[in-house]
Design a protein around this ligand. Structure first.
Ligand code: FES
Length: 336
């Protein structure tokens, strides 16, 4: 049997359970978010996974995905991704909440991008790549948001979707003002422009505020003088939920190799559609546009269901798995 020791209590850890589930079943509160292995909210420290620890058990590969080498050697891992079946039988694992580095971030701008989405710009002395995410700490907990700005801009820009009962997003909307200070995590995630895709046509696919990381990746691709075609597909639940169109259309005019495709799932009020917007499911529209995705690299961000479907569709249409990067998160601008 595998055993976890957490806050001086000992608990059994079943084969099909994740560490996060095992701890929650025992009543421990561990921060978590989408449990997809990409937000890093649930990072724990395990003595036995430390590089220098005598037992030196390894953390399963997918439970350290996206962590840097230093974090891995320190014994950090994602508790939502670490399953009992992947740990040696008869092991005892001593775990604690991880002490992660945090950074002070000063708000220099907050503005509304649509009825539901606003942007915040921070100055912060940390490293990031456009498309990665940071966790913002508030009195109501922490949430991760993706970065829409490139390093050359000198600020971290986030697009935040106001959720009806979202305590963190509403707190930020009501309380973040120019000059206010927050603590944010180091930037994490691998959904950013990598030099190895510089010779590939790009598909940037997103829903809701999944546009934020895609804007960052797009700006970085342009800055890196990406020569192959870039197709940005952005979908919202209804046409009026689209935002940032002026900025995107300006880029579209300037960049010969860029095509922007606007999609809405429904058009309930039958409003007149602009910018060649199409109505339908994003996955079907892309399937009709491209039969063979083999030459492409893709970034897929937003609704977890869409991200899963598109990932499968890309692979079925011959795109190499290693050329797909994803950032799933729920967003009420797209889901019904
Ligand atoms: S909850 Fe585990 S990575 Fe997000």
């Amino acid at each position: 049997m595998r055993t976890i020791i957490f806050e001086e209590q000992t608990l059994a850890f079943g084969d099909d359970q994740s560490v996060l589930e095992a701890l929650e079943n025992k009543g421990f509160l561990v921060p978590s978010r989408w449990r997809q292995g990409n937000c890093h909210s649930c990072v724990l420290h395990c003595n036995e996974f430390e590089y220098s620890h005598p037992t030196n058990l390894s953390a399963p590969d997918n439970s350290v995905y996206g962590l840097d080498d230093k974090q891995k050697s320190m014994g950090l891992f994602l508790s939502c991704q670490c399953k009992g079946s992947e740990i040696l039988a008869d092991s005892t694992l001593n775990m604690q909440l991880a002490k992660l580095d945090v950074n002070s971030a000063n708000v220099i701008e907050k503005k509304s991008l649509s009825d539901r989405i606003f942007s915040i710009k921070f100055v912060c002395n940390t490293k990031w790549q456009a498309g990665q995410f940071v966790n913002i700490h508030t009195p109501f907990g922490e949430r991760s948001y993706s970065i829409a700005s490139i390093v050359d801009e000198g600020v971290i820009e986030l697009h935040i979707s106001k959720k009806l009962n979202g305590k963190v997003s509403n707190y930020l909307f009501n309380n973040a003002t120019v000059g206010s200070k927050f603590t944010i995590s180091n930037a994490n995630g691998d959904c950013f422009y990598h030099p190895f895709i510089s010779k590939k046509p790009l598909l940037l696919i997103g829903t809701g505020s999944g546009l934020a990381p895609l804007v960052g990746i797009l700006k970085q691709a342009i800055k890196s003088k990406h020569e192959e075609d870039i197709h940005l597909y952005i979908a919202q639940g209804e046409p009026q939920l689209h935002y940032y169109q002026k900025q995107l259309n300006r880029l579209d005019k300037k960049q010969n190799n860029l095509t922007i495709h606007y999609v809405c799932r429904r058009n309930s009020d039958n409003i007149e559609l602009e910018n060649n917007m199409r109505v339908g499911e994003l996955e079907d529209i892309i399937k009709n546009d491209f039969e063979n995705l083999q030459p492409f690299a893709a970034f897929i961000c937003g609704s977890p269901q869409m991200v899963r479907n598109m990932q499968i569709q890309c692979i079925m249409n011959r795109m190499d798995r290693s050329n797909i990067r994803v950032d799933p998160f729920e967003d009420n601008s797209y889901e019904p």
